[in-house]
Design a protein. Sequence first.
Length: 368
Amino acid sequence: MNGHYIGWGLLQNFLVDAFKGYGVPEEDAKICTDILLESDRRGIESHGCNRFKPIYIDRIADGIQKPVTELEIIKETRTTAVVDGHDGMGQVVGYRSMELAIEKAREYGLGMVAARNSTHYGIAGYYATMAAKENMIGITGTNARPSIAPTFGVENMLGTNPLTIGIPTDEDFSFVLDCATSITQRGKIEYFSRINKDTPAGMVVGRDGEAMTDSTQILKDLSAGKAALAPLGGIGEELGGYKGYGYATAVEILSAALQGGNYLRMLTGVDERGNKAPYHLGHFFIAIDTEAFIGAEPFKKTAGSILRELRASARAPGQERIYTAGEKEYLIWLERRDKGLMLNASVQKDFIAVRDALKLPYAFPFED
């Protein structure tokens, strides 16, 4: 297997057919595929095709995630809603939930939806960008299986819990801050493990309170509760680790308490007998219509001006430029738009395994 690029069209068609082959309805398969590929389009490989088989296909095959998403509205007001995903596809739950929040914001200025009994919903920035494309501010967060230790703790209690914000601007790209409340997230360590790369010291703490770097061992120990991710700011208080810990806790509360769902140790994905079980994740989605304030165009002009001033500020010695959130991802997309995507050897094997299992008529350029 070699490093040939795969065109976006081939990737789109294969992933849709693969999801359909595992029982996902066609329209839902297109949603899942678009969200998966958007991560790779932005250069965030940790949440793209790298997770296609282990996080989605394998969980469907294991019976802990349903391919058909039966989204149910449990409670609704003019500006809010609580929905139940019934352990269907997290991307579909996320897409429909933000769609509903946007619809409410368009009529009333603000909309918020809390979702329960969901599954991994992919790149959080996708949903924030959905709102930004509608001249709205989009905010989303999700809890996840325990990975982060509290400040001064060594037990993985909180998920990597992203707090993600998308803001429309007058530039070619929105301001999109999409990052975990830990220094790194499990998906990044999974990616390091796949390419046989050590995790930088300080990102993960063992039960002895010391930093861990062996990526493959870290994944095993995270699952066994013998290691934990450090919150933003790092281990202890010296560099502000309590701030990341606090943000992760806020996301955990918003993701669970608004919809009466699971949290912390309830999200391990393992039942009392040690068998794989549904994760029952929670998410929240907020849309704020800028037209309800001073109007979309003045808002976007001010937002863009702030970003341009930041990028034009004095640079540190040796640095070529200053970036703002969402800019690097936009530049990566411009670079990859015509080239397509290059998959690492592990993901190539995943594609072949799924294709062969479903007997799909695809040939990939990386095959000898």
